[in-house]
Design a protein around this ligand. Sequence first.
Ligand SMILES: Cc1ncc(C[n+]2csc(CCOP(=O)(O)OP(=O)(O)O)c2C)c(N)n1
Ligand SMILES: [Mg+2]
Length: 937
Amino acid sequence: MKQDEFSFLGNLDIETIEALYRDYQKDPNSVEKSWQQFFRGFEFARHEFSPQLPPETLDKEFKVINLIDAYRKRGHLFTKTNPVRTRRKYFPTLDLENYGLGDDDLDTVFHAGKEIMIGPAPLRTIVDHLRQTYASTVGAEYMFIRNPEKLLWLSHRMESTRNVTTYSPEQKKEIFMHLKKAVGFEKFIHKKFVGQKRFSLEGAEVLIPALIATIEKGSALDAREFMIGMAHRGRLNVLANVMQKPYENIFKEFEGEAYEEGISLGDVKYHLGYVNDIKTISGQTVRLNLAPNPSHLEAVSPVIEGLSRARIDHKYGGDFRSLVPVLIHGDAAIASQGVVYEVIQMVELAGYKTGGTIHFVINNQVGFTTNYLDGRSSTYCTDVGKVTKAPIFHVNGDEVESMLHTVEIAMEYRQRFHSDVFIDILCYRKYGHNEGDEPRFTQPLLYKAIASHPNTRDIYADHLLEEGIYSKEEILQFERDYNDILEGKLAASKELKKVYIQRFLKEDWKGFRYASLSDFSKHIDTGVTREKLLKVAGQMNRLPEDKKFIDKIIRLVEDRKKSITENRLDWAMGELLAYGTLLTEGFPVRISGQDSIRGTFSHRHAGFVIEDTDQQYIPLKHLDEAQAPFEIYNSPLSEYGVLGFEYGYALAVPGGLTVWEAQFGDFHNVAQVIFDQYISSAEEKWGLMNGLVCYLPHGFEGQGPEHSSARIERFLSMAARNNMHIVNCTTPANLFHILRKHLYANYRTPLIIFTPKSLLRHPKCVSTLEDFESDTFHEVIDDPDVDVEEVRRVVYCSGKVYYDLQARKEEFKARDIALVRIEQLHPFPIREVQKIHKKYRNNLLSLWVQEEPVNMGPWRHIQQEMAGIRPEPVTRQASGSPATGLTKVHLMGQEEIIQKVFRKCDCELKNIYCGLQCVVGSSRKEILKQHQYFRKN
Ligand SMILES: Cc1ncc(C[n+]2csc(CCOP(=O)(O)OP(=O)(O)O)c2C)c(N)n1
Ligand SMILES: [Mg+2]
């Protein structure tokens, strides 16, 4: 293919352009966006032209403008940003010929130079300026941005400086000191802890001065706090040389001895978090938070965003400039982990905005062993950033000054426009995935190049030598001095007895303690006076008179008022009253989930849309002037990202109620990583408490395999040592009390609530005002409708199935059957259950009834927890899929369960509920044996 077939302007005749230009003059929007930019530049330059310019000169001016446009758009494809590999080839190149220009034009002065801030200049100067700005050590992708203000700001910022900052000798010395530490730290550990995993930063040491520049620049632009999330690579170096975690504590972790108290299991050293207040060069104190994170790459990203948002909301009064989220990604992870996309989609939304995240990528061009060519289809690993049209800079990791210059631009942009920025650090990985891994198995060629490649410190030292800033001897002495410091710290670490893990955000959690088993059975007074209940309900059920609402909303509010006067409060009232009372008592409340404002099942209606508008009236925001903030958001259609976000949010607001709601309980499994790696395990790994509440709609109503089960069994298999509070409430009042208890407790654990669907409107699933006034949360609800002496069968169950059983019990007037509801599944209220078990002394048979198949639901957990009582299971039969999609099959299955519970004995000892074993066909001997068994037990 001939070169000029690729040419942009070269293969367009001038008449076509002129025609387009005429259109543009009539209406700029009538031509395509890139042509608008082109003509805008052209007119700018043309200001200087004499109207009598010969058409050929005019044509060339156009071509130069087109060349400028090409550098802006595609210069990044021709940069020298890869320190150890030659880049892939891209066409068309930026050669003059491809733009209808040639060497003969190099000395011609073009007015188009004004477009790039240098004024009329020879083409040679223009090209030189463009190369330096767009195709040297920094590649900038930004021309896809649609906001003209952002676009102009970026081109101006880069072109006016040729995309370089000239640092003073003092600044250069400072930069060298950071590089010296970044390189020296890794070398020291490599020598002292041979073969131990540390996921060294070598090859990407420039990250350390880059982060320090982020903090310095950010703080000069009003940032007071940084929330940092990163994976394994270089984390120890960041902890030591950015977070200023004491070296001796890090060295101690290499010895792997016991932890100090408070941490039971702990975690590997390159997952731990840290918080520190440090002083910037200008003397400003800033807070740095590095969140702990699991191995699961990118899982920390939504958590950082939630933490950041919570701080912005609660500490900085909504000021995005005060806190900057910083995410450090690996190239393979950012390109392929879906949660990155979820996070990027979220952070421009009202409920999730954090004012722009600075994303760094340690782009060492390899995953574990997987080459970048096998790791992604996109050109750049950062292409996901284009979803929100964020500017993306690709920087040569060997060029520390270019790096710092880019950081300055990124931080200025973030503080000005409050949107994301990406900095892709092109670098390499000195060793294998970890230090014991042999990279030459998989990348022999690359590693040959890496082996002889000098490190960033030495490259920069050479610059400083050349510039006469330091002598060789001085540089060597700096390195020796730093090494001596580390030797001292290593000796000090030997004196330490145990590994110290600083609890992340310890200060914010003052006043809270870890939960103990007895907490879960302790009754906290969570009742609310009638006067207050009525006051809150009155505000909740008030529509502003000056606004119009559709009839259905007016009727709904009337029904809610009626439920108060009739003293029959449903689930929605129980839930909203919990929020309302908590808000007036000073507890902030935040709820997010898919369609949560109205509620998937149309029960909540926390916001009323004003007729013929898109505005909402949210009554819980208008309770009284002193109330705490109430926020409720419909989340984007994401589970992993949003749950991670809310987990982070709850982490930063221990005194608030933060709720994540799954649309149907099943969908929580899309966010399984957050349940496994944070919610259930963060306390044991990192000593982290968290009070996040998760609503997981659960219940078998014939809605099919994916809309029935919230997989209770999975939560119970994760539950141990008070790590989570798991409940399945059957009354509005019990929900009300558990939410209030959760906030009034001075310990925090995640609270998993299996919430109902059909019960939301079930006429029996109501509570009275008295239940809200004087009662408390019940872990177990005994059957109020029995005569203890009469009871022959005790049926334990949890959740919605209770109402199905209760209906049949009423129908049969079966007062000899007691229905006992287990409202708290973990920690299991065994004492309470035992008390009930003993109370029914004439009981012949204990049953556990659940709607789920025997291999799902709480059964296996119940079997263990109630081993002493030995209930017989009544369940659906084992299956791989939780539920049927056919309504009739569902109803038959449900009926079978209910019938089993209420079946009278077919055997000769009629009228005794002796158990499922007495089915037709059992021999008399067997039956008698069964009966004896039941009597004895
Ligand atoms: C979700 C997830 N999948 C797989 C892994 C295993 N793993 C650990 S590091 C790694 C490679 C990461 O490559 P990259 O993101 O480029 O970071 P680098 O190690 O190169 O800095 C893999 C696959 C993991 N930790 N998390
Ligand atoms: Mg990598």
